[in-house]
Ligand binder design. Structure first.
Ligand SMILES: [Zn+2]
Length: 222
């Protein structure tokens, strides 16, 4: 049995996120929604979906303004300020108090490497008091819209605390979410919004990992 934290990235979307919210509510589960500025900027309806998630007790996470170039692939302070700081201000403007400041980085199909952070990005996150939310279970739902369920379940069988990355996007993958949730609960796993130390390199703006452990996620400055 594992503890399982569910995270939904790259939304909110008006066609899929409400379905995800319903399926979680039916099972009395809460999750993290890692939202992108580009989605919220589409219109009031997208913002309303994020507000609805907050009101239902889910956590909202800053997942960057544009989700374009990874933070380690443009190491400029300007890029870090735009993707993290501008998104932070925008979220406060449209969502009000959105709770604990959490940031999820992105890039390259969920692989972890030096594209994840720049030094400037870590400074920006630190200055704004962010906690950083990584992951350890990426079943590639966008590429395998049916098979991801078995991939995710197989992976968490070896884990004590799994942070699963899914996407509330229109790929068809979320049609399998009810099946995944029911299997998860039937197998005795425990869904939680607690986060394992291994997925949180920074807490409230303070480095939580030793420098050596973080080094492989940070692009060296040139
Ligand atoms: Zn993403």
């Amino acid at each position: 049995m594992a503890r399982v934290t569910l995270t939904f990235d790259n939304g909110p979307t008006t066609d899929v996120t409400p379905f995800v919210l319903r399926k979680l509510a039916e099972r009395n589960l809460t999750a993290y929604f890692c939202v992108v500025g580009g989605q919220l900027l589409r219109g009031r309806e997208q913002v309303d979906v994020a507000s609805e998630a907050l009101a239902a007790g889910h956590k909202i996470v800053n997942h960057s303004l544009t989700h374009g170039i990874s933070l380690g692939d443009d190491t400029s302070g300007e890029h870090a300020r735009q993707e993290i700081g501008e998104m932070d201000r925008f979220m406060s403007e449209v969502l009000g108090d959105w709770g604990e400041k959490l940031f999820r980085p992105f890039g390259r199909g969920g692989s972890l490497g030096p594209h994840v952070f720049s030094h400037k990005a870590l400074l920006e996150l630190g200055a704004l008091g962010y906690s950083v939310l990584l992951w350890n279970n990426v079943p590639r739902d966008w590429a395998e819209p049916v098979a991801w369920v078995e991939t995710a379940l197989a992976r968490l069988a070896d884990q004590s605390h799994s942070v699963v990355v899914l996407h509330d996007l229109n790929t068809g993958a979320m049609e399998a979410l009810p099946r995944f949730l029911d299997r998860l609960l039937a197998d005795g796993h425990i869904c939680t919004c607690d986060l394992p130390d291994d997925c949180i390199p920074m807490r409230s703006g303070v480095m939580a990992w030793p420098e050596e452990k973080l080094a492989h996620l940070v692009r060296a400055d040139h």
